[in-house]
Design a protein around this ligand. Structure first.
Ligand code: 5GP
Length: 175
């Protein structure tokens, strides 16, 4: 375990099982649909690549990148997806749903582009912290209200490449 990590919350093996479980559910639910998976950068990348490879359906992939949520709840889009989503059943792929402000903003923005539907899959959910009116259709696992890193999730752009989800020691971000 990395020296800055206090505790492992979700192991590599559990992460793999989650990706398989959600992919098989999505495969059933989206059969016959025009699936477009949209990963929310950068945190979702490892989950996105695992999940998408286990979905046994033809699908398109794309990525959206917004810069940090500000108090107004508005985010700055750095990398966008197509202006017209007509006919696509969009599935947004997130790393973690915390207050929900980021995903709510992206969800509302993409809803205006005429998709057939928009669903949400999140690897981690912190339901206790939710502010925005948004719910994930598929959840990997709930996590307690602690700052977690690894498998795509960062602190100050580091720790993304840890193969598990761990709780970061408070001493690291309270320095
Ligand atoms: P929300 O808008 O739902 O409050 O936050 C979503 C974003 O905040 C996530 O995509 C993630 O980048 C970041 N975030 C929220 N909680 C955590 C956490 O425990 N660890 C890390 N690394 N990022 C988090």
């Amino acid at each position: 375990m990395h020296q800055d990590v206090e505790q492992i919350l979700v192991t590599e093996e559990e992460l793999n099982k989650i990706a398989h479980r959600l992919a098989s559910q999505i495969t059933k639910d989206y059969e016959g649909k025009k699936l477009l998976l949209i990963g929310v950068l950068k945190g979702s990348i490892y989950f996105f690549t695992d999940l998408s490879r286990y979905i046994d359906l033809p699908c398109n992939i794309d990525f959206i990148h917004g810069s940090g949520t500000v108090s107004s709840g508005k985010i700055n889009i750095i990398k966008d997806v197509a202006d017209d989503l007509t006919g696509f059943d969009v599935l947004l792929v997130e790393d973690i749903l915390d207050t929900g402000n980021t995903l709510k903003y992206i969800h509302d923005m993409l809803s205006k582009r005429n998709p057939e539907s928009i669903g949400v899959v999140t690897l981690l959910d912190k339901p206790a912290r939710r502010i925005a009116d948004i719910k994930a259709d598929y959840v990997g696992t709930d996590v307690p209200d602690a700052f977690v890193v690894g498998y795509g999730l960062d602190y100050d752009q580091y720790y993304r490449n840890l193969p598990y989800i761990g709780v970061l020691k408070k001493s690291i971000y309270e320095k």
